[in-house]
Design a binder for this molecule. Structure first.
Ligand SMILES: CCCCCCCCCCCCC/C=C/[C@@H](O)[C@H](COP(=O)(O)O)NC(C)=O
Ligand SMILES: Nc1ncnc2c1ncn2[C@@H]1O[C@H](COP(=O)(O)OP(=O)(O)O)[C@@H](O)[C@H]1O
Ligand SMILES: [Ca+2]
Length: 630
């Protein structure tokens, strides 16, 4: 077997190549493919350096991609496709675009050598590039554009990266056009180019179809799942992937004390929803092309997940927002106005704000180690975050790379529920728990700007009851860079677990309302026992087929309280769990460090990218050179 150093040496290639009739010195080291014009004055000389990990495709001939792919098949030319960055206005991350450079060689032999070495370098250095993907499209998410987004922006990129140019549908065989779905599953065969990829596409016909598919169907050989939709659709896929992993590992998801098994399937998100918070917080932009490129090159970003339990039953998982009070009320209100599309949140936010509600409750939390990080330390979790890397070392102490991650999982965090619980009781405008910053276009810094994607903790934000103007100041600070925690009625704690219960004399009344809510959900779900709180007994929950507690099949409008204009303020709110209403109020939550992995790499720091581009070695600088190479 060859050593890594030997492989590096074998792959190294250096020669003159021509780009637009200009002679360049090109070199492939193990990790980078670089070229620079040789005849230019040294002052103007620029080197384009593309990390091998960011090569998208290497093809024979002179290839054009837009609007349609054409190939001028000359035997001394080859074309390289790669990730090219450009800054985006209004977002915190960088947009990725497809870069393309056509090279001419002095001979065919040299051309073939370049193609072979470049392709081998990619295969050697990017072990997580997906070969088999399962794609779920929610045609009804966001502005109902998911299908179009996938077919017009994502499919052509997948095709370029070698993902199929034939589709075998149910009965038809389409040639030369990939991914013509017939509303059912379309299996796409492979055209061998840089990678050999097989894709299965499912356009959903009902809510929870994607989750059920992942829980029940054969997933053998798949590397990842792609979600084309919003946060709700992502949540379905998250539940499917986590549930399936625990089923196969024989782990009981209901037990709040159990260490869950990390999921081997990666999840890719092509944003096509309303808030797209998970995409924004893990990539930094809402852009289908950027996300598709992250999937193609097999980027990997671990993500913390919060499990929510009612007694000894799992209710749901959450990654972005678990919010009681304001955010719960906004969700209930917004579900009545789904027809407004993404604007429903702005409308409902204003309505709920005007209703000026607050709720009593008892919050208990288990603080995380304050020596590791703090929600007030003014840091941002960016690509390559050291706080998250240290967490990976703690979680997976025996793994030197992410490839061997799951085999070496040791359940190291078994003692993460140890420590002293803190109890607070009172009247709140809202109580929120988030495993990550939860930034989105509405709130570019997010609910907790210094939260980490993969540090095994969540941030608990307690907003005590206050006057309407002060609360508006708090809400407004979500939309600016001002510190939303620097207000006397706001507290933030970095935590490992949280419990919530209705306080004092509202308790019984609250239970009644929750019971009514659960009844409502049962009926919505077609008579199936789903919430299990009808008689409120844990025994009943245990008798449920899977023990898993799920909410109704479709998002329902729940008349849990009177309407907003009603005089009597409601005593109890609901929990908003990543855009889903929970049927229980008294819940306990636990953060599971790095339970899933996304095809992403965290938000790239614009300043750092610029800095390393000046050093001209560490990363791709092509975005600077758009004008320098014609
Ligand atoms: C009076 C004006 C109020 C402005 C408040 C601005 C704060 C916005 C903070 C948003 C935090 C978003 C966290 C993400 C939540 C998603 O999981 C969820 C579901 O998103 P989806 O509909 O599936 O895309 N969206 C909401 C708004 O609950
Ligand atoms: N075919 C379908 N019909 C109806 N609802 C669906 C379908 N597929 C998925 N869903 C549900 O639609 C909800 C919202 O989808 P999502 O893609 O998150 O859009 P949005 O961001 O606009 O809420 C999700 O909770 C998902 O379970
Ligand atoms: Ca976290």
């Amino acid at each position: 077997m060859k050593t890594f150093v030997q492989m590096e040496t074998d792959l190294r290639l250096e020669s003159s190549l021509w780009v637009n009739n200009r002679r360049c010195a090109a070199v492939l080291t193990g990790w980078h493919f670089k070229w620079s014009e040789v005849d230019k004055k040294s002052r103007d000389k620029k080197t384009v350096s593309v990390p091998v990990a960011e090569l998208v495709g290497v093809e024979e001939g002179k290839v054009e991609v837009l609007p349609h792919k054409t190939v001028e098949d000359t035997d001394k030319d080859f074309t390289v496709f790669y990730v090219k960055r450009s800054s985006s206005t209004g977002s915190c991350g960088l947009l990725w675009r497809l870069g393309r450079t056509q090279f001419s060689c002095p001979s065919r032999v040299l051309r073939d050598q370049w193609i072979k070495n470049l392709r081998t370098a990619v295969q050697t250095h990017t072990p997580l590039r997906p070969h088999r993907l399962l794609v779920f499209i929610n045609p009804f998410g966001g502005k109902k554009m998911a299908r179009q987004i996938f077919h017009s922006l994502v499919a052509p990129l997948f095709e370029l990266a070698g993902i199929s140019s034939h589709v075998i549908g149910k009965t038809e065989v389409f040639s030369n056009k990939i991914l013509k779905d017939n509303g059912k599953i379309a299996n796409c065969m492979v055209k061998k180019q840089l990678f050999c990829v097989f894709l299965v596409l499912l356009v959903t016909e009902r809510a929870n179809q994607a989750r059920d598919h992942l829980l029940k169907k054969d997933l053998m050989g798949f590397d990842g799942v792609v979600c084309v939709g919003g946060d709700g659709m992502f949540s379905e896929i998250l539940h499917g992937v986590i549930g399936r992993t625990q089923q196969e590992a024989g782990t009981c998801e209901n037990d709040p004390g159990v260490t869950l098994q990390p999921c081997p399937l990666h999840i890719g998100i092509i944003p096509a929803g309303s808030t797209d918070c998970v995409c924004y917080a893990t990539v930094g932009v809402i852009d289908p092309v950027t996300s598709a490129l992250h999937i193609i090159i097999g980027d990997s970003q671990p993500l913390d997940v919060c499990s929510v339990h009612y007694g000894f039953a799992l209710v749901r998982y959450s990654v972005s927002l678990l919010g009681y009070g304001f955010y719960g009320d906004v969700l209930v209100e917004s579900e009545k106005h789904r027809w407004m599309g993404p604007l429903r949140y702005d409308y409902s936010g204003s309505m709920v704000y005007l209703s000026n509600r607050s709720y009593t409750g008892t919050v208990q939390y288990l603080p995380a180690d304050p020596l590791l990080s703090s929600p007030r330390d003014n840091t941002r979790c960016l690509s390559g975050c050291t706080v998250c890397s240290r967490s990976t070392e703690r979680l997976f102490p025996n793994s030197s790379d992410s490839g061997s991650l799951y085999s070496s999982y040791s359940g190291h965090f078994h003692n993460d529920l140890e420590g002293e619980w803190v109890t607070v009781e009172g009247r709140f405008k809202c109580v929120s728990l988030t495993c990550m910053s939860s930034s989105c276009t509405r709130s570019p810094m997010g609910l907790s700007p210094s939260a980490h994607l993969a540090d095994g903790t969540g941030d608990l934000v307690l907003v005590w009851d206050t006057n309407p103007l002060s609360f508006l100041r708090f809400l407004y600070r979500h939309t600016s860079t001002d510190d939303q925690f620097d207000l006397p009625f706001v507290e933030v704690h970095r935590v490992k677990a949280v419990r919530f219960s209705l306080a004092g004399d509202t308790k019984e009344e609250g239970h009644e309302e929750i019971r009514e809510l659960s009844d409502e959900m049962d009926i919505e779900a077609g008579g199936q026992v789903r919430s299990g709180s009808r008689n409120g007994s844990q025994q009943h929950l245990a008798e449920n087929a899977t023990g898993r507690v799920t909410t109704s099949e479709k998002k329902t409008v729940i008349p849990f309280t009177c309407c907003l204009c009603c005089k009597k303020p409601p005593a109890v709110s609901v929990w908003n769990c990543d855009g889903e209403i929970l049927p229980f109020t008294n819940i306990s939550c636990r953060i599971h460090g790095q339970l899933v992995r996304l095809y992403a790499r965290g938000i790239e720091d614009k300043a750092a990218i610029h800095h390393c581009s000046q050093e001209r070695d560490m990363c791709n600088i092509t975005y600077m050179l758009e004008t320098s190479l014609p």
